[in-house]
Design a protein around this ligand. Structure first.
Ligand code: 5GP
Ligand code: MN
Length: 328
């Protein structure tokens, strides 16, 4: 049995919007993860199958580690590739308009925005908003939308949705995993999705350099509060040693989180302009989104992030302090 939607009106309004329009731009947050790009490609495919014209844009194009997704090669990489007018601009998996970063320039002035997201803190920035904080991924929402609209999923769209779900639920291990998540996965497998090769692409395709960097990150783990807080810091020296700069944070912070007794796991790494990107994963004793909101970031209760306008070392002190305070 499907789990109840918290915003069924949002779902119905989204379907109305998509049925009514003919030309759409579909975008998601900057540096898209599996959920953002998978949902974008799946919705793009669904709309194309309904005879709609769809443009898909990602700043800089599809990230290299997600280019195995069917259709990812057709995604445009620059805002200038938008071809307005659009009946609506669909924004996926974006906790706020600021998360779209450079691709905001692709949204024509006065465009109707359809905001489909699963972050509780989403400020409902669209003309139409569908927000489901209980949903483990936007991929699950696109699946629900296809079912409700009576739009059939082909194998490519199903593959993109499977990647969205398997990445954003941490391989069905996060508490956001619900009965409906597994039912959906079963349905996608029946549509021809092959979990083996997909999981190999996502988790079994590390370079030796990346593995070395994981080793460095593990060696650098520190703890506080009797082991309830644990964190690591990726430094430019480590990147030099390993020979790469990682594009994603999920696995690094998950490693820190896997230590028994850890309630707040954090990863700090350099971002642009000498600033520092923080990734946080928590147990129920600490609200990760609230911790990150302290630094102007956000996310979910158990997984959140922020960019701190500080050096790596300053950010480390500030983040550990904030983690201590959030545990009390
Ligand atoms: P990650 O740590 O994997 O980068 O992000 C974890 C979660 O936090 C994701 O759901 C992501 O949307 C959210 N998140 C990460 N960075 C930021 C940020 O700078 N601002 C906001 N509002 N959310 C973020
Ligand atoms: Mn997501």
């Amino acid at each position: 049995m499907p789990d109840a939607l918290s915003d069924p009106n949002g779902l119905r309004a989204s379907i109305d919007e998509l049925r009514r329009g003919r030309r759409f731009l579909v975008i998601s947050h900057a540096r898209p993860d599996g959920d953002a790009l998978g949902s974008q490609l799946a919705l793009g495919g669904l709309l194309a199958m309904q005879g709609k014209e769809v443009d898909l844009l990602v700043d800089g194009g599809s990230p290299p580690d997600l280019r195995f997704l069917p259709g990812s090669a057709r995604v445009g990489g620059k805002p200038a590739e938008a071809r307005p007018p659009y009946d609506a601009v669909v924004v996926l998996d974006s906790a706020g308009l600021d998360r779209i970063e450079g691709m905001r320039a692709a949204i024509p002035a006065g465009a109707r925005v359809l905001n489909i997201d699963h972050h509780a803190s989403n400020p409902r920035f669209g003309a139409v908003n569908w927000v489901e904080p209980e949903s483990g991924s936007v991929g699950e929402m696109i699946y629900a939308l296809a079912k409700e609209a009576g739009w059939a999923l082909d194998r490519d769209a199903a593959t993109c949705l499977y990647v969205a779900v398997v990445t954003d639920t941490g391989r069905f291990m996060f508490p956001s995993t619900r009965p409906s998540t597994h039912l959906l996965a079963a349905d996608l497998l029946r549509l021809g999705v092959e979990p083996g090769p997909i999981n190999r692409e996502i988790w079994g395709s590390k370079s030796f350099a990346e593995l070395k960097l994981h080793g460095e990150a593990i060696r650098a783990v520190k703890t506080a509060e009797g082991g309830k807080i644990a964190w690591t810091k990726l430094t430019p020296e480590m990147f030099e040693l390993a020979g790469i700069v990682p594009t994603e944070s999920q696995e690094f912070v998950s490693m820190v989180k896997s230590i028994k007794g850890v309630e707040v796991a954090m990863l700090l790494r350099p971002s642009e302009n000498g600033h520092t990107k923080l990734s946080v994963r928590t147990e129920s004793t600490c609200d990760a989104a609230a911790l990150c909101a302290h630094f102007g970031g956000g996310g979910h209760k158990r997984a959140a992030g922020a960019t701190l306008k500080m050096s790596l070392d300053e950010a480390e002190k500030a983040a550990v302090e904030a983690a201590r305070a959030s545990l009390k």
